[in-house]
Design a protein around this ligand. Structure first.
Ligand code: MN
Length: 285
């Protein structure tokens, strides 16, 4: 199932060129009062809600996909976890290019571990990316993103994929420079997630997915998740050895070689096999 959030926080299921509006199901979520629980209540309840979503589909009004405004399929992650330099050839390109490494040693992921992006950076494809610090290089990084479905605390890699609710395309937008990654990669709109959450059963085996991004029609990055240095299970094991991953938490699994700059007016088109594709416009903040 391809679950999307669209327009004014409506819940949809993408089927072919259409979105079926299943928003009435959201009313079944418990009403929230301060203090809000951590994590995303919709993703946490997805297992229970799924039969109701499927029942709602039969009477759900349809809209054309091209006519809706796609938001991030996850509304309230407690964390956006990201893997740096998790493709061998991206490590090589980062070490070779001073405009990427900025005189900082680029270390292997086994040494540097993971970093966090601010949750306030999260947007959907239709919201676009608003570039800041235009005097500096702003890069695209296309990544397979996974979304955690149930609390994961110190889980072994072998069991880790059973904690995944689904997958999406992630853009880890990045200002190049000497500061910590969490600063340079956390500007508003610098984490694009979309076009929907493809549930884990829809993807099956996530270890052989093609991912790519083109800018203004010119392909920049193209790789396959089989070339990840640390695989998805190992990333979840590593992250959950430090903190509990909660339903709705997003894990960006790393970008392959071919990162490059974008400018206001550019259009990015990112695709991952089994998930789909999304178009993202770039503007100045
Ligand atoms: Mn990245």
């Amino acid at each position: 199932m391809r679950l999307c959030r669209f327009d004014d926080n409506r819940l949809g299921v993408a089927i072919g060129n259409e979105v079926r509006d299943v928003t009435p199901v959201v009313a079944r979520l418990p009403a929230q009062r301060w203090p809000l629980p951590k994590g995303d209540p919709l993703v946490a309840a997805l297992g229970e809600l799924r039969p109701q979503i499927e029942a709602e589909l039969e009477r759900a009004p349809a809209r054309r996909l091209s006519e809706v405004r796609l938001l991030s399929p996850v509304a309230n992650p407690s964390k956006i976890v990201a893997a740096p330099v998790n493709y061998r050839r991206h490590l090589e390109e980062a070490r070779a290019d001073a405009a990427i490494h900025f005189q900082k040693q680029v270390e292997e992921i086994q040494r540097v571990g993971l970093f966090l992006k601010a949750t306030s950076a999260l947007v959907g494809p239709s919201e676009g990316v608003a570039l800041r610090h235009l005097d500096r290089r702003n890069d695209h990084e296309v990544e397979l993103a996974l979304v955690i479905g149930k609390p994961a605390d110190r889980v072994p890699a072998a069991d880790a994929l059973s904690y995944v609710a689904g997958y999406a395309i992630g853009l880890d937008m990045t200002i190049r420079g000497p500061e910590e990654r969490s600063l340079r990669k956390s500007c508003d709109s610098y984490c694009v997630l979309g076009p929907w959450l493809a549930t884990a059963d829809e993807i099956g085996d996530p270890t052989g997915l093609d991912l790519s991004i083109a800018v203004n029609g010119e392909r920049r990055q193209h790789a396959n998740t089989r070339d990840l240095v640390l695989g998805l299970g190992t990333l979840i094991e590593l992250a959950s050895s430090f903190y509990t991953l909660l339903p709705g938490d997003v894990l960006l699994t790393g970008t392959p070689e071919g990162v490059g700059p974008v400018l206001p007016g550019d259009v990015m088109e990112a695709a991952i096999s089994g998930i789909g594709s999304m178009r993202v416009e770039v503007r100045a903040a």
